[in-house]
Design a protein around this ligand. Structure first.
Ligand SMILES: Cc1cc2nc3c(=O)[nH]c(=O)nc-3n(C[C@H](O)[C@H](O)[C@H](O)COP(=O)(O)OP(=O)(O)OC[C@H]3O[C@@H](n4cnc5c(N)ncnc54)[C@H](O)[C@@H]3O)c2cc1C
Length: 390
């Protein structure tokens, strides 16, 4: 019997932390998750709330990412039908749109192929007679409209559901509980964390840093400091507008810089997003700026003739590998960094997608398997139904 209190400690109660905690508990590991604020307090409640293959990643030839995301989308539709549903997506193509109808036809065909031509990957080009029924999108200069389907969810609720599943499998979850330090010992880590006003110590065999935009903060609290990655935190803003969209989601192109902007029905409102802006302040201090509001409203006005009232605005942070050039074209693949190639006891999760959380968690567990004990399996997260929370 190990002297450690836990086999695996997860830092962060966003979708990645919840996913790793669930996978570890399903694997029979004694698991604890610490969250500094409350579950889904970070990026995982500020996403575009799409469970999608990422059609636009085809252009950068990230075919593996698209195929994995489409596979995960299928699994989530099966294990969480109360949380993930297919929605119609419309791509209007105007004379000035940068992608031509034939390019979209080819892209959607490839998307369907990567999704193994399942019924959920079907797409169509809508006849012109139907354009009038598309929530009032402007038809001047409209050349084509494509319709396909992708998933929509409630991101924060998905996190709570995965976390609840982890707890049902025996994982302990504590919040507000902030990791202060992790010091390497012979066969694991000595952990110090603060829970309310109390300072607590424990021992764990392995440590997973799933702190999202705080990943580098947490890495620097680990001693010796493990290898990491220079990252840019890239803010993405959303606006909530008064009104509804009856026909589904509109996948538009911002007139200013041709980036993708989604107009989505969301809880009796319209959700509009997103932007990309390098964020240099503390991760906790991210909001939608007036410039971002203008950019999003200008995009909306380009496609729709009404001018809805802005009811709310918020922003989240992407963790992207530091590089020159626009964030929009940088890889969205999840990177794992470990303290040791053969016998890792620390893994840091960088970047990633809500959609791929389960696959990422499986990768983390596989990477740690050389040091984790073999325990009786409790469940398979690919088939285990997620509980209905809230
Ligand atoms: C604008 C935007 C739109 C997006 N849209 C989509 C989308 O539509 N579909 C999709 O699949 N993906 C999307 N993504 C990506 C996805 O949202 C993120 O990859 C994902 O939510 C990141 O989750 P996380 O668990 O890594 O981080 P987070 O959700 O940020 O969780 C990290 C947690 O760690 C905690 N923490 C930090 N420090 C400590 C500490 N010292 N001790 C304890 N806890 C700590 C924080 O409080 C936080 O709760 C989007 C991202 C952005 C920014």
């Amino acid at each position: 019997m190990s002297a450690n209190d836990y086999d695996l400690l997860v830092i962060g109660g966003g979708i990645h932390g919840a996913g790793v905690a669930q996978a570890a508990a399903a694997d029979g590991q004694r698991t604890l998750l610490l969250e500094a604020r409350k579950p889904a307090a970070g990026t995982s409640s500020r996403s575009s709330k799409l469970i999608h293959g990422g059609l636009r990643y085809l252009e950068s030839l990230h075919l593996g990412l698209v195929a994995e995301s489409l596979r995960e989308r299928e699994i989530l539709l099966e294990i969480a039908p109360h949380l993930v549903r297919l929605v119609n997506f419309h791509i209007p193509v105007y004379k000035e749109t940068s992608r031509r109808p034939w390019q979209l036809q080819v892209g959607l065909g490839l998307y369907a192929a990567l999704g193994r031509f399942r019924p959920s990957t079907r797409f169509e080009r809508l006849p012109a007679d139907d354009w009038e029924n598309l929530d009032g999108i402007k038809t001047d200069g409209l050349e084509a409209v494509f319709r396909y389907s992708d998933g929509q969810t409630d991101d924060a609720r998905l996190v709570r559901s995965v976390l609840s599943s982890a707890e049902e499998l025996g994982c302990e979850v504590r919040y507000p509980a902030e990791l202060l330090s992790a010091v390497r010992e012979r066969d694991g880590w000595l952990i110090r964390y603060r829970c309310e006003e109390e300072l607590i110590e424990l021992r764990t065999q392995t440590l997973v840093n799933a702190a999202g935009p705080w990943v580098e903060h947490v890495r620097r609290r680990v001693s010796p400091i493990p290898e990491g990655r220079a990252v840019d935190l890239v803010a993405g803003a959303h606006l909530e507008l008064k009104g509804t969209l009856e026909r589904g989601i509109y996948y538009t192109e911002a007139p200013r810089d041709h980036r993708a902007v989604f107009c989505m029905p969301w809880k009796d409102r319209i959700l509009l997003g997103t932007t990309e802006r390098t964020h240099r302040a503390e991760p906790g201090q991210v909001t939608a700026t007036p410039e971002e509001q203008d950019y999003l409203l200008e995009t909306y006005a380009h496609y729709f003739s009404d001018t809805p009232e802005v009811l709310d605005s918020w922003a989240g942070l992407r963790v992207l590998p530091r590089a020159e050039g626009e964030a929009f074209h940088r890889s969205r693949e999840t990177l794992l960094f470990r303290d040791d190639a053969q016998l890792p006891r620390y893994i840091g999760i960088y970047g990633g997608k809500l959609t791929g959380y389960r696959a990422t968690a499986e990768r983390v567990l596989r990477a740690l398997s050389p040091v984790l004990p073999v325990r009786p399996l409790l469940a398979d997260t690919a088939t285990l139904k997620l509980p209905d929370v809230d």
